[in-house]
Design a binder for this molecule. Structure first.
Ligand code: NAD
Length: 368
């Protein structure tokens, strides 16, 4: 069944009582049928289509219009299937995604969710930040998307400062400032506002997902969904299994990641997860190498880009991330694993102390 708002014509594939966007009345529509006219089975992954095997179906609807649709299920020629995409039905319970925090990562996640077809509610405590996030998404889409499609995507996003609007969200992704107490407080509120079926995710880079989950009535409903910056370009999502996360929620998180055209990897709830644990030890070592004075920053970066085939050298990358952020992550790793290899090196600490933090202050290993 399809549910459509009588006023703004937005549609849902599950029952909503009132339109989430304009509060208009919602009516039930019978979904149309399409006939499978052609099937191509794809066994080899390609950029943007990493999950295989899948089928490209050539579908003809009841008005003679053709469309190509990706499907992960088996089909026969001549089969009648619902005009509503199977994948949309499969993750129907996540057709509205709430994003709490409209900063760097929140706006990127909101953009890819809306591009994928989700309705998106973006919340920030500051109206100005929520509004700016929409402008940022508009700008980003202008570079890659035609005007009418861009408008269609933007129409799926609503920016607000009211947490209670999350009551309609099926998945809420928390993307707040990295502060355990703040995140706990917001999750407590979300737990009261949202339905008992809402799934919660956190984009935290360093905090314990298990500890966060314990403020919820059902801690099994929280999973870590760790996106990378810049979100629209980076293909990886780390899915963090807390000590409490249910298997169903892990599977659901994978499904959402695939829907967003990302590749998920699952890992346990330990400091640094996978990528930051490996990366920061490498950046720290590069900074220590720089400190011995035998190579310039440019030569260390050149050695890594050409010798290891990395797209960017470790010192340029540290400048991009921000040396204060690098040190903060190393502190978390050192605190968590109590091993000297994670201790921020002397030069990194000195540069942070001095306030030469990289690009954001105009100087780090390079001048900007
Ligand atoms: P950010 O500072 O750009 O955004 C955080 C947003 O949260 C701000 O807009 C702020 O106004 C909002 N906020 C704070 N308190 C709020 C409240 N009570 N209610 C509503 N909104 C509130 O931070 P960011 O870089 O987007 O990082 C967000 C999260 O993502 C952090 O947990 C961080 O560890 C994680 N993360 C960041 C990166 C990165 O490269 N920046 C990468 C991966 C994960």
């Amino acid at each position: 069944m399809v549910y459509e708002c009588e006023d703004c014509q937005k549609q849902w594939y599950y029952n909503v009582k009132k339109c989430i966007f304009c509060q208009g009345d919602v009516i039930e529509l019978e979904p149309g049928k399409s006939t499978v006219r052609g099937i191509t089975k794809i066994e080899i992954p390609s950029p943007g289509h990493t999950r295989v095997p899948y089928c490209d179906l050539l579908l003809e609807d009841e008005y003679g219009n053709f469309e190509i649709r990706k499907s992960f299920s088996d089909h026969d020629l001549g089969e009648m299937i619902e005009a509503v995409p199977k994948e949309a039905k499969k993750v129907a319970k996540s057709r509205t995604i709430g994003i709490v925090g409209a900063g760097t990562m929140g706006s990127g996640i909101a953009q890819i969710c809306a591009q994928t077809g989700y309705h998106v509610l973006v919340i920030d405590r500051h109206e100005e930040t929520a509004r700016k996030a929409l402008i940022k998404i508009d700008k980003a889409l202008s570079k890659t998307t035609k005007d009418d499609l861009k408008q269609e995507i933007l129409n799926r996003i609503k920016a607000t400062t009211n947490l209670y609007e999350m009551e309609h969200a099926d998945l809420v992704i928390e993307v707040l400032t990295e502060d355990m107490e703040l995140k706990k407080e917001v999750f407590r509120e979300l737990d009261n506002e949202c339905s008992k079926d809402t799934i919660f995710a956190t984009n935290t880079s360093s905090l314990s997902v298990t500890e966060l989950s314990e403020v919820l009535k059902d801690p099994g409903r929280l999973v870590g969904l760790h996106f990378f910056n810049p979100v629209p370009r980076m293909k990886l999502v780390e899915i963090i299994r807390s000590k409490n996360t249910s298997e169903e929620v892990i599977e659901y998180a994978k499904e959402v990641a695939f829907e967003l055209d990302k590749t998920p990897v699952v890992t346990g709830d330990a400091p640094g997860f996978i990528v930051n644990r490996l990366l920061l030890i490498f950046l720290n070592e590069a900074i220590d190498k720089y400190a011995d004075g035998t190579s310039t920053a440019a030569d260390i970066d050149k050695a890594v880009t050409l010798g290891l085939n990395h797209p960017m050298g470790p010192l340029a990358l540290s400048d991009l991330i921000g040396l204060d952020v690098c040190k903060a992550i190393l502190d978390v790793l050192y605190e968590g694993y109590k091993e000297p290899k994670y201790k921020p090196c002397k030069t990194l600490c000195e540069m942070v102390e001095k306030g030469t933090l990289g690009r954001k202050t105009g100087e780090g290993f390079y001048k900007y």
